[in-house]
Design a protein around this ligand. Structure first.
Ligand SMILES: *Cc1c(COP(=O)(O)O)cnc(C)c1O
Length: 820
């Protein structure tokens, strides 16, 4: 066992810091960029990366977590923590990259680097599955492939490893030159190149050139000529090259054909002038391409076709995402039964800690395998981690974790095997808690998650929390310094969820939340949300709940203002309220003539305090109405100015919704109210590049039928296929929010990636699709909307707006949350 260890002094020297003053000796073995993932604080070095959440703002939190070693670029922190070691550098990110590169240089192992537009993570994980028998492998955790992810991945390398597999992802020119010296690959794999994500590069060719920079020194380069454009073979990197192709017969591995057999793919190819074959246990296009890339890699590494076939047939699916689902007995279940190493455990615990909806946090954990540590070290570390993350209850499964039961300081039970747990399951209490299910593949914990989660019906809406966070980041990047964000989470976060979304927004430090009704605010408070929450329609009967749950009402006319003041107990002081001003929407709000009455009420009492005054724009997305929008902004400034003048204190001024943030930057004022943009739409943007799809709605095929020309389909006999054909019944209807207007060919869904029109009328719980020629089977997944068939497309089909499509999806459709 060989730990990575550098003294803080050595690191200071590596970083060329002349004036380093050591406050206490330290031995560093772990690099952190996130104050939440602290495993052994005394041996950790925290890098204050000035990204979206400036790492410098988290120094205090990290210090409180026991960290005493920091790399920073803002000198003022040195004084604030006199006993901590601070390494002051001009660029923290570069420092992290430099340390990782120096670390990498000390090892002579083979290193496979993977880049390309898609499939990097799957190819990496599959090569890990395929090569684990022969190598002690260090690999990127999850999809750690960025400017920060790569150094953190490579840093894990130690003497015991015989192979590294790292992925590298870049989004613009100039980035690969930072990653190449950190990975120093000996073998390169280009998965593919797609036109998508071309932003950041002036042309596809430039993008390819940039990606290939990763491979300049490799001994072996594996690629498909389909993706290397017209670069001549001799100009490609690699002393040796290995190509696979479905078109070029001269490729080292020339694919003859692929035949689907029961969800698997049988592939034949020519290799060294002989026909060879393999079976890959997947049938979708992406898996097929990733599988062939792995096949080519095994052959290029010298495995025989028979060995390669034997291993490929045993590949298992890769799911790097954490899933949050509703569980039995009011539990929430986080399902992460794919990988079980200590860094992914830390990430999963973190996601667990982001959940505030239940007080009790439970972890069901298997033995961790192949960690390269001794059991004592490993379980000590895990026990410390669980304690630090304040886990209340541990259920350990497996002989190894059971042997170290004494190390865990919390409520705990242990089982020898998954089977044993399942047998005892009916007698094990689970109630109103958040449960993380995390086990090594071998333990088949998916069986446990199935017991713990409510049966998910055919139709589910998947919410990608990373996409939501990245949309937030996109809009934050458009804000002037200091402008606050109020996130609009009304109508169950535009249909996407409630506390699940609010927890994420709270974690990402938005300043305010806003809901439509008191109930929605109460539900968020009950789920542990502590951010200030504005309620836009505070009915008088709900005032009591508003006070009880510290919600902040929007007051929009004199009656409601007066009613609220009267309702407040005499002892109340400065209760926060928001004043709504009508500048032309003509929905709710005070107008200029109301000002004297408003001011006299406000100044006559100390019970309330105006924390903000705002107005709402009627058409900020539409340039045809820009004059009106500017008029609204002027009117707001005029009225709020008078309000300010009449009070002896200031308040937060705001008017912008999503589309105004980018289209009318002068109106950002003190705060913006971000709604639909969080969910990936913005009517004011010509194209949505920079925004990510948050919601995917999918269902499954329940039945397939063959129809003759004289048959009719569905209610009212509206559907027919003049030439006959095949139809599929799917489990979504108007009661799920798939509107009747989509009937009779207006709507389409994706079946096996291809559009299938709706045939006949939409029924309450079902509808039918024309799948003639689409090779559809019972149980196949059907996409109602995703990033290809978008909510905007659906909105266009029935002449409505994305807001309505999204919020219409009924609450009976299960939401599943993903987090990477
Ligand atoms: C819904 C709402 C918003 C958010 O609008 P988007 O266009 O979704 O960004 C902002 N302000 C008020 C008052 C709202 O009701």
């Amino acid at each position: 066992m060989s730990e990575i260890n550098y003294t803080i002094q050595q690191i200071a020297e590596l970083l060329n810091i002349k004036s380093f003053e050591e406050k206490q000796p330290a031995l560093i073995n772990s690099l952190l960029i996130d104050s939440r993932i602290i495993i052994s604080p005394e041996n950790s070095l925290f890098f204050a990366i000035p990204a979206l959440r400036d790492g410098h703002d988290f120094i205090a939190e990290a210090y409180a977590g026991g960290i005493r070693n920091f790399v920073i670029s803002k000198a003022e922190y040195v004084k604030a923590f006199p006993d901590a070691n601070f390494l002051l550098v001009p660029d923290v990110e570069k420092a992290l990259q430099h340390i990782a590169a120096v670390h990498r240089s000390q090892f002579e192992l083979e290193v496979i680097a993977i880049t390309g537009s898609n499939g990097k993570t799957v190819v990496k994980e599959w090569l890990y599955q395929l090569l684990s028998a022969d190598f002690n492998i260090v690999r990127s955790p999850k999809s750690f492939n960025s400017q920060l992810g790569v150094p953190l991945s490579v840093w894990q390398t130690n003497k015991e490893h015989t192979l590294g597999i790292f992925e590298a992802g870049i989004s613009k020119t100039g980035e690969m030159q930072h990653l190449a010296p950190i990975i120093q690959p000996t073998i390169g794999i280009l998965t593919n190149l797609r036109e998508a994500h071309a932003e950041g590069f002036s042309s596809p060719k430039e993008k390819l050139q940039e990606k290939l920079k990763l491979f300049s020194g490799v001994k072996l380069f594996i690629y498909a000529p389909e993706y290397t454009g017209n670069i001549a073979t001799e100009d490609l990197p690699g002393e040796k090259k290995f190509s696979w192709s479905t078109i070029q017969t001269t490729a080292d591995l020339f694919i003859l054909f692929v035949e689907p057999i029961n969800g698997k793919s049988y592939i034949r190819a020519v290799y060294k002038d002989k026909e060879i074959e393999c079976l890959i246990p997947f049938s979708d296009r992406a898996s097929l391409e990733n599988g062939i890339t792995c096949w080519a890699t095994l052959l290029a590494l010298g495995y025989t076709p028979e060995q390669a076939d034997f291993r490929l047939e045993r590949l298992t699916a890769v799911n790097m995402r954490l899933e949050l689902k509703n569980g039995i007995n009011q539990c929430s279940v986080i399902d992460d039964s794919y990988s079980a190493d200590i860094s992914s455990l830390a990430i999963a615990l973190d996601f667990l800690n982001l959940q505030n909806q239940h007080e009790i946090k439970t972890v069901i954990l298997s033995d961790l395998l192949q960690t390269g540590k001794t059991d004592v070290e490993l379980y000590k570390e895990i026990a410390a981690l669980l304690k630090q993350k304040q886990i209340h209850r541990l259920i350990g499964i497996g002989p190894h974790i059971t042997a170290f039961a004494d190390l865990f300081e919390m409520q705990k039970t242990f089982y020898g095997s998954t089977e044993e747990f399942i047998q005892q399951f009916p007698g094990i209490p689970f109630n109103n808690e958040t449960i993380l299910v995390k086990g090594a593949r071998r333990f088949e914990f998916e069986r446990i998650s199935k017991l713990l989660t409510q049966k998910v019906h055919g139709t589910v809406m998947e919410i990608d929390l990373n996409a939501l966070a990245s949309n937030l980041k996109f809009y934050k990047s458009k804000l002037k310094p200091g402008v606050k964000v109020m996130a609009m989470v009304k109508a169950f976060s535009y249909g996407s969820g409630s506390f699940e979304i609010a927890n994420l927004l709270q974690y990402h430090k938005v300043d305010y939340l806003a809901v439509a009704y008191t109930d929605e605010g109460v539900a968020l408070r009950k789920a542990g949300i502590t951010l200030p929450i504005m309620v836009m329609s505070p009915e008088p009967f709900a005032f009591e709940a508003i006070l009880k749950y510290k919600l902040e009402p929007e007051l929009y006319n004199l009656d409601i203002l007066k009613a609220f003041i009267d309702f407040l107990p005499a002892a109340e002081n400065s209760y926060p309220v928001h004043i709504k001003i009508d500048t032309g929407m003509h929905r709710l709000g005070f107008e200029e003539p109301d000002l004297p009455g408003l001011l006299s009420l406000l100044t006559s009492t100390d019970k309330i305090k105006v924390v903000s005054a705002f107005s709402h724009l009627a058409a900020s997305e539409d340039e045809d109405h820009d004059e009106f929008t500017k008029y609204q902004i002027r009117t707001y400034l005029h009225i709020s100015g008078k309000l300010r003048a009449g009070l002896d204190y200031d308040f937060i001024h705001h008017i912008s919704n999503t589309s105004a943030i980018t289209r009318h930057p002068e109106a950002q004022l003190d705060m913006v109210r971000l709604g639909i943009g969080l969910y990936g739409f913005d009517g004011g943007m010509k194209n949505l590049s920079g925004l990510h799809t948050v919601a995917v709605l999918k269902t499954t095929i329940t039945q397939i039928k063959t129809i003759s020309p004289e048959d009719t389909v569905g209610y009212g006999r509206r559907g027919s296929l003049p030439a006959g054909g095949t139809i599929a019944t799917v489990k979504i209807g108007y009661a799920d929010g798939y509107r009747r207007a989509f009937g009779n060919g207006v709507g389409k869904m994706l079946v096996n990636g291809k559009p299938a029109p709706v045939i006949g009328t939409i029924a309450m719980d079902m509808c039918m699709l024309d799948v003639t020629g689409l090779d559809a089977k019972i149980g196949d997944e059907v996409i109602i909307f995703n990033n290809q068939l978008t909510i905007s497309d659906l909105a266009e089909q029935i002449s409505t707006i994305p807001y309505e499509i999204l919020t219409n999806i009924s609450q009976r459709v299960k939401r599943i949350y993903f987090y990477e």
